[in-house]
Design a protein around this ligand. Sequence first.
Ligand SMILES: Cc1ncc(COP(=O)(O)O)c(C=O)c1O
Length: 378
Amino acid sequence: MADQHDGTRCVHAGLPDPVPGEPFLPGPVFAAPYHLDPWQGPAATPNGYGRPDNPTRRLLEAAIGDLEGGDCRVFASGQAAITGLLLAVLRPGDTVLLPADGYFPVRAFATDTLERLGVRVAFVPTVGPYPSLAGVRLVLVETPANPGLDVVDVPALAARARAAGALLAVDNTTATPLGQRPLDLGADLVVASGTKALTGHSDLLLGYLASRSAELLDTVTAWRTTTGAIPSPFDAWLAHRSLATLDLRLARQTANAEALARLLTDRPDVTGVRWPGLPDDPAYPVASVQLRRVPGVLSFDLGDADRVARFLDAARLVAAATSFGGLHTSADRRAQWGDDTTPGFVRLSCGVEDTVDLVADVTAALDAAGPGGAASAG
Ligand SMILES: Cc1ncc(COP(=O)(O)O)c(C=O)c1O
């Protein structure tokens, strides 16, 4: 399907060949054990036991793998995929570089668990500078990073990693495989949360890893099988069903983000607007080359926690919620979760509402929220 366009690829990704009388996407297969051939046992069937084998999961993996341009393994959540990669690949004495400004539970896992296991951990800001990669086993970057939306030049870093013998993994959660194809850009591995825009309906958790290296995939598959970090058949089916509209959802989310980014930039009462699609955004020079489309997530600062609360309370189309990439526009004051951000920093995720309605609602909510600081008390 490589010669087809995004919408077509999403609609058809991972579907079996048509069989008269059968559905387009077969329903979820719920099974712990499967019937075995009494003589040949598991060797005679692709399905022996539900932890390693499930046909619904394999169809989803074929779909995501097709979009990422590699082979895919899905996990119970993004964290299961990322921690699975780190634990499957790293050994005591290895050094791993992780984003200093990325999704904070990855940093917490590194200092709580990896360091205890004897792995050396170093944190690097997404924009760099990246230290010498000599002696480094794995570099994990998140681009665009959550929540700050900085980006890293993946081909340049991939060349450095290759020269140093390090593996490069890219967290593709924010961009999705339609926004960025890290394996084409030279990365060895993609990891991501499928909970966000990839599936986009705010109703399931999912993670995945993709690679073109059979050896890495074998290592990670063995890890997943022994730890059991698998999504349920129902979640895998729901994810596959949702994937079909990814192109449509992203198109509206990006259009909404562009409109809101311009609105927020024009308002004197909003500071620090970040959206990698704005020509004067610091991420723009790399993003405009590397991203196939800009995600529907943006960030800005409303000055203090009270003003953020007033804004969210007044908005009718902006749900106060964490996570991002869903159908419904939502916003999150990241400091309340422990992110190293200012008290008024907001990550806003555009949904698929009509742009004109969203712009009107955000304008009205900001007006209603009034100015920040003491003047607004009460
Ligand atoms: C960039 C990034 N990676 C990974 C994760 C973890 O994903 P999950 O919540 O599916 O475990 C998140 C969650 O917000 C994320 O934003």
